[in-house]
Design a protein around this ligand. Structure first.
Ligand code: MAN
Length: 350
């Protein structure tokens, strides 16, 4: 393992955050996108919340785009039409729901090391029918003056990825859906390659195929094509079941450095790293054999989703020094650091 955890982990915990409605409770603050803004890290934290359940009830919230309001759903645990096998999902009368509604909130460093203050108000909240079950797992790419925020939008229509553009993290221009269902883990490269915008994405897999990282390119950030397969799960390995890209790629002397998540058949999520060719970024130059970060600490091995480290934020906090922001157990925001040369050496093996 190469990354060093921040001794102040967890940096952000649900207890320290105010819900967006007074009758809600926060289930998790995790999977933060990150960028440098005014010389300091700025995080877009995923805040997952639900109506505080009453005894013997299951509850969740759903965004109703027609009435532009949040609806509360409360179901008796004894209701025979209710089924639940995963802490993230339940089924009721044949419809699958998420157990919480997620939105995105800004967090900034606050004084001492490892201290972050989470804004009281959401930065991006569900706003369309395709966001009825929430918006999740932001990736932030700086392109000139613009910050491009890609995120997963979840609804009964499936999981899609969407784009919002901002310059100040106060006003966001929503640019709609980039990739239709099912697609997650979209991260846009921080510069054009051969005159085109480039993004990593992760389509769903049906009866045939594996959950793999793909690449697409676009002239206008709206119409995506030029699809190419980048990498897939490795049978028998810690990343045998599914993989997906993390934060936007970082340009280095050796190629594009990407951190990615990989899970095994026990839904144990670890982080790995790859180096992609600078001019032909679908070509993998090297890939870490072993995880660079895996769930080991109590705040990673216990909690809402035990055994999950899931990252979508990477910041070069000082020249040559990288900080990876990651969600631990779908509960909290944590970070870990590594020197750029050290990770390149570890992945390339030279
Ligand atoms: C999902 C991801 C994340 C989450 C992990 C682990 O596939 O999209 O939102 O952190 O699973 O639960």
């Amino acid at each position: 393992m190469i990354l060093r955890r921040n001794p102040s982990n967890p940096l952000i915990e649900p207890e320290a955050v105010t819900p967006s409605c007074p009758d809600f409770e926060i289930l998790g603050t995790f999977n933060a996108g990150a960028t440098l803004f005014d010389g300091e890290p700025l995080l877009l934290v995923r805040v997952a919340e639900r109506p505080t359940p009453r005894a013997g009830q299951v509850s969740t919230a759903v965004w109703n785009a027609e009435t532009a309001s949040v609806e509360r759903l409360r179901i008796s645990r004894d209701d025979p039409a209710l089924g639940q096998s995963d802490p993230r999902i339940f089924e009721y009368r044949g419809t699958k729901y998420l157990t919480s509604l997620s939105h995105l909130r800004v967090a900034r460093p606050d004084g001492g090391p490892g201290r972050y203050r989470v804004a009281a108000e959401p930065a991006l909240f569900p706003a369309s029918p395709c966001e009825a079950f929430g918006i999740e797992d932001a990736r932030i790419t700086r392109l000139g003056e613009d910050y491009l925020v890609t995120y997963s939008a979840v609804s009964p229509r499936g999981v899609v990825t969407a784009l919002a553009v901002t310059r100040d993290f106060k006003r966001f221009e929503r640019r709609g859906i980039l990739f239709g269902p099912e697609n997650k883990d979209v991260a846009i490269f921080p510069e054009k390659i051969s005159g085109r915008y480039v993004a990593l994405h992760r389509p769903g897999a049906g009866a045939i195929g594996t959950l793999s990282i793909w690449l697409a390119s676009s002239e206008n950030l709206r119409d995506w094509g030029g699809h190419a397969w980048v990498a897939g799960p490795r049978p028998g390995s810690w990343d045998c079941e599914r993989i997906g890209g993390g934060a936007p790629p970082l340009k280095t002397r050796a190629g594009w450095l990407i951190f990615y998540h990989g899970a095994n058949d026990q839904t144990r999520y670890c982080a790995g790293a790859m180096v992609l060719d600078l001019a032909q970024p679908w070509k993998v130059i090297a890939r870490s054999e072993r995880p660079v970060l895996e769930p080991r600490m109590p705040y990673e091995t216990t909690g809402f989703m035990p055994g999950v480290v899931f990252h979508n934020g990477l910041v070069e906090t000082e020249p040559g020094r990288l900080t990876l922001f990651y969600g631990a157990a779908d509960d909290t925001v944590c970070s870990a650091t590594v020197e750029l040369e050290e990770i390149l050496h570890g992945v390339l093996g030279v």
